[in-house]
Design a protein around this ligand. Structure first.
Ligand SMILES: Nc1nc2c(ncn2[C@@H]2O[C@H](COP(=O)(O)OP(=O)(O)OP(=O)(O)O)[C@@H](O)[C@H]2O)c(=O)[nH]1
Ligand SMILES: [Mg+2]
Length: 199
């Protein structure tokens, strides 16, 4: 649930990028950060190891237009994908309002994609979320690689909820903003419903 402060008229929505290690979560977040106006964003915080892999998590906040008179912010997080960092991933998922699952299209990584999806589902369940109700968008990244799993196959294996999904080449920015816009739209739609009910 988004954090709604009725006194200060502020709302914070948490969007979390998940997916297997090296799938392109940080690359997506860096591109989004670079693309939004500098006045509406905080600096991007990323703690990486030498190999460019996220050690803790990526984070920045983005102010968007007012929604029903509330000053609204998206808090954007990217988890560390490596299996070892399970506890950090779980911590970051707490309070999530929207999920972006970044899958790696490399044909040798389908089992990693699936493992990561199951890991995410089990953590959400531990928090008492209904997986089928949280806004979710999928991205099939690294479409530029020479040997990729066909998108329709990825769709069959990973998109059990039939959410919006996008093919992407995050290193070139392809599909990154489309993915981000889709999750924002889905989170805002849910937020509008929540605000209407509480009126
Ligand atoms: N060829 C190709 N490489 C990509 C693409 N997107 C990201 N990469 C590369 O893949 C590597 C991993 O990308 P990251 O964005 O760091 O992956 P991550 O999902 O944040 O990984 P963790 O932090 O370990 O979970 C980097 O070397 C990126 O440059 C893409 O679309 N195509
Ligand atoms: Mg990362």
């Amino acid at each position: 649930m988004p954090i709604i402060n009725y006194k200060t008229k502020e709302i914070n929505c948490k969007i979390v990028y998940v997916g297997p290690s090296l799938g392109g979560k940080t690359t997506n977040i860096q591109f989004i950060h670079h693309s939004v106006p500098s006045v509406s964003r905080t600096p991007l915080q990323s703690i990486n190891t030498d190999g460019d892999r996220t050690l803790f998590f990526d984070y920045f906040a983005l102010e968007i237009a007012e929604i029903q008179g509330f000053k609204t912010k998206f808090l954007i997080y990217g988890v560390p994908g490596q299996p070892y960092y399970k506890s950090t991933r779980k911590m970051v998922l707490n309070g999530v309002d929207g999920l972006v699952f970044i899958a790696d299209s490399d044909k040798y990584r389908m089992s990693d994609n699936l493992e990561s999806l199951l890991d995410m589902k089990s953590m959400l369940k531990d928090y008492g979320y209904n997986y089928n109700e949280i806004p979710l968008v999928l991205q099939y990244n690294k479409r530029d690689l020479p040997s990729v799993t066909p998108a329709n196959e990825m769709e069959q294996v990973l998109n059990d909820r039939q959410c919006d999904s996008f093919e992407a080449v995050a290193i070139q920015g392809r599909g990154v903003i489309e993915t981000f816009k889709a999750i924002c739209a889905s989170v805002v739609e849910r937020l509008n419903k929540t605000l209407s009910v509480k009126k």
